[in-house]
Design a protein around this ligand. Structure first.
Ligand SMILES: NC(=O)c1ccc[n+]([C@@H]2O[C@H](COP(=O)([O-])OP(=O)(O)OC[C@H]3O[C@@H](n4cnc5c(N)ncnc54)[C@H](OP(=O)(O)O)[C@@H]3O)[C@@H](O)[C@H]2O)c1
Length: 295
């Protein structure tokens, strides 16, 4: 598995990461979640991304992978959901980090993101200071921001962040022209979230989920059903994002081992031919003025 530097953090992550959002509830059984998480590491993936809001995900990572903690880079997100403490305050960030350490049965977190707080909260500085204090205390290695648009631009201007997580896919290309080069200039690592745009081509009807619904609209508007054969859609979407200069890892979310294995095989095919990559960028460029990044 290809490992890449995540900015200047000193951490190296696999080009394909595991988005652990879909092991959030009992639709994936406990044993199945354990098998999937262990398979992730056995297959050479070393980046696992979770969050406070992903239901059972953090707890399951602790339960099934604590004994292999040295084998992977653990990324999570905080900012809300700590009992007795208002969201997006100093104490909530520190409490969120402590909670994640406890749930995931570990002494340290590798990357901790502020999970998409509004611009005003970011600019008020309290939450960044709290995260940075946790880093100084050795509870986490890299303070990071997860989000898009104006908030992401502000985060890229703050050297206390070592990495960012943002939406990048065939249907979400706003970061390609400015933010990816800017992150590279500043030595910040970039994790691409929602890299398959939720694989919306699988749905005959517009999905109810907010982001997936938007991606479904974009996929239709870009005419991609007509341009890409059904059996090639996952491959093209994954190869489009995973080899973009400046993207350290693409954290595809899946609940299925077979899809995880397929994604690894597709990634190994390398970048798309330049003309195909350029054509996908052009079809988005015709629309992108109206299409902001989807949180
Ligand atoms: N920071 C944030 O605010 C934020 C927001 C959203 C997501 N994220 C992170 O990004 C990760 C990925 O986002 P996401 O899961 O929303 O979107 P995604 O990775 O673009 O797409 C995930 C969907 O693609 C399907 N899929 C995966 N591999 C496939 C394959 N080979 N063939 C067909 N379908 C396939 C999965 O279904 P199956 O389960 O059936 O495989 C899942 O429904 C999350 O897990 C999370 O870690 C972060």
């Amino acid at each position: 598995m290809e490992l890449r530097d995540i900015g200047c953090t000193g951490l190296r992550v696999s080009a394909l990461g595991f988005g652990a959002m879909h092991i959030n509830d009992e639709r994936v059984g406990e044993d199945e979640a354990g098998r999937l998480l262990n398979a992730v590491l056995d297959l050479g993936i070393n980046l696992i991304d979770t969050a406070r809001s992903y239901g059972l995900s953090e707890e399951r990572i602790g339960r099934h992978l604590a004994h292999r903690r040295g084998d992977f880079v653990l990324s999570t997100k905080v900012g809300y959901g700590v009992d007795g403490v208002p969201d997006w305050t100093y104490d909530c960030i520190v409490g969120g980090v402590e909670r994640a350490l406890r749930l995931m049965r570990t002494d340290w977190l590798d990357i901790v993101h502020l999970h998409s707080c509004p611009l005003q909260t970011l600019q008020a500085d309290e939450v960044i200071r709290a995260l940075d204090d946790c880093r100084r205390a050795g509870k986490l290695r890299v303070a990071a921001y997860s989000g898009d648009n104006a908030e992401l631009a502000a985060a890229l201007d703050d050297s206390r962040f070592g990495a960012v997580q943002t939406s990048i896919s065939v249907c979400d290309q706003i970061n390609l022209s400015e933010n990816l080069p800017r992150a590279a200039e500043r030595g910040m690592g970039v994790i691409a979230k929602r890299p398959l745009a939720g694989a919306v081509w699988r749905h005959a009807q517009r999905p109810d989920d907010f982001a997936e619904g938007q991606y479904w609209d974009r996929w239709q508007a870009m005419g991609l059903d007509a341009q890409i054969a059904p059996e090639a859609r996952t491959e093209i979407a994954l190869r489009f994002v995973a080899h973009l200069p400046g993207v350290a890892s693409s954290i595809v979310g899946t609940s299925k081992l077979a899809n995880l294995q397929q994604n690894l095989a597709l990634l190994a095919k390398g970048p798309l031919p330049a003309a195909q990559q350029a054509a996908l960028r052009q079809v988005f460029a015709d629309k992108q003025a109206a299409w902001a990044g989807l949180i």
